[in-house]
Design a protein around this ligand. Structure first.
Ligand SMILES: [Zn+2]
Length: 59
């Protein structure tokens, strides 16, 4: 399976909240929003990108 066809990224929060997208910017925005609303925490884009992993594609 070619790994570069579906370049999905994901971030999983410590609380179990998970988001995945093809767009890193979208993940950054969603993670920042989640951290702020749920954990009252400000996250920088760099911090979010540090948590980012390649998403597993589920069949
Ligand atoms: Zn969380």
């Amino acid at each position: 399976m070619p790994s570069n066809m579906m370049d999905m990224k994901m971030v999983q929060c410590d609380c179990g909240f998970m988001m995945q997208s093809h767009s890193e910017n979208e993940i950054v925005k969603m993670t920042q929003m989640h951290a702020k609303e749920t954990h009252h925490q400000e996250m920088s884009a760099r911090e979010v990108k540090g948590m980012m992993k390649p998403a597993m594609m589920m069949k």
